[in-house]
Design a protein around this ligand. Structure first.
Ligand SMILES: NC(=O)c1ccc[n+]([C@@H]2O[C@H](COP(=O)([O-])OP(=O)(O)OC[C@H]3O[C@@H](n4cnc5c(N)ncnc54)[C@H](OP(=O)(O)O)[C@@H]3O)[C@@H](O)[C@H]2O)c1
Length: 258
């Protein structure tokens, strides 16, 4: 098992990629802290993990609220005595262009991804230092490495996470804390279906047709599964990646290679 004895916080683990991550991390021996705003879905993830004989707790947190992020780390350490892995995965997406951007959309997008990443790290790092080291992971996106044409603020926030990864990796290497990002391409989650629906409507085609055309842009010709994203995340947070820090790993079926 790759994460035996580790304590891992996974933000945005009430659904999608984070949910799959919390389940797999627990299967690999970690105590998974499931987090998000939706208590019912969070408790369901915890039940799945416990039914498999593994350990998890749900700690609610709104990543737009810095006090919630601090509380998330504090309750984790009060519960399990340490923190080894902090994966900031929670995210939102809005179709915004320069014409329709509002201050509210801008602030929410920056807060959910970038500000939450900064403050998640701020509160996690002292606990990781006490534990003798740790691993921080951010879910960025291919939109953080190549402009996506879909959402201005999403791309900006995800690009910010890539630079945050590099900055923290350099600053925290002396503390034995590794910092990396994953950059998923198109992943089959509720977020992806919502994008397909919105974009299809804007082009006057249905969701299925939009997905069919979208897949043609990916060399592998298909969307990525949640498990494939989690496999990359697991590798980066585990000791298998003990010399890897400061990277932004595309998991995208070749999308960025085109
Ligand atoms: N799906 C894709 O194709 C794709 C591609 C590249 C990158 N990503 C990134 O992958 C991450 C996960 O996305 P997903 O596809 O798994 O989407 P998802 O199924 O919609 O999950 C999003 C998660 O984020 C949480 N969340 C949203 N706003 C939050 C807030 N203010 N506070 C706390 N939690 C919040 C949600 O929990 P609650 O509703 O319980 O709060 C949920 O658990 C995101 O960062 C996304 O940008 C996705």
């Amino acid at each position: 098992m790759l994460l035996q004895g580790k304590v891992a916080v996974i933000t945005g683990s009430t659904s999608g990629i984070g949910k799959a991550g919390a389940i797999v991390f627990a299967q690999e021996g970690a105590k998974s802290v499931v987090s998000g705003r939706n208590r019912q879905r969070g408790e369901e993830v915890v039940s799945i993990i416990r039914e498999q004989g593994n350990e998890a707790s749900f700690i609610p947190a709104d990543m737009l609220v810095v006090a919630d992020i601090e509380r998330l780390v504090k309750i984790t350490v009060d519960t399990y005595g340490r923190l080894d892995i902090f994966w900031h995965n929670a995210g939102i997406v809005e179709p915004d262009y320069i014409e329709n951007i509002t201050e509210e959309i801008y602030d929410n997008m920056m807060a959910a991804h970038l500000k939450a990443g900064v403050f998640g790290a701020k509160f996690a790092v002292p606990e990781m230092r006490k534990a003798g080291g740790g691993s921080i992971l951010f879910t960025s996106s291919v939109a953080g490495l190549k402009q996506s044409g879909y959402s201005l603020t999403y791309s900006l926030a995800k690009t910010g996470l890539v630079m945050l990864t590099k900055k923290l990796a350099v600053d925290l290497a002396k503390d034995n804390i590794r910092v990396n990002s994953i950059c998923p391409g198109r992943v089959e989650t509720s977020m992806r279906l919502s994008i397909a629906e919105q974009r299809g409507r804007a082009m006057g085609i249905d969701q299925e047709e939009w997905v069919r055309r979208d897949k043609k842009r990916i060399p592998m010709g298909r969307y990525i599964t949640e498990k494939e994203v989690v496999d990359g995340a697991l590798f980066l947070v585990s000791d298998r990646a003990s010399s890897i820090t400061g990277v932004a790993l595309p998991i995208d079926g070749g999308f960025l290679a085109v």
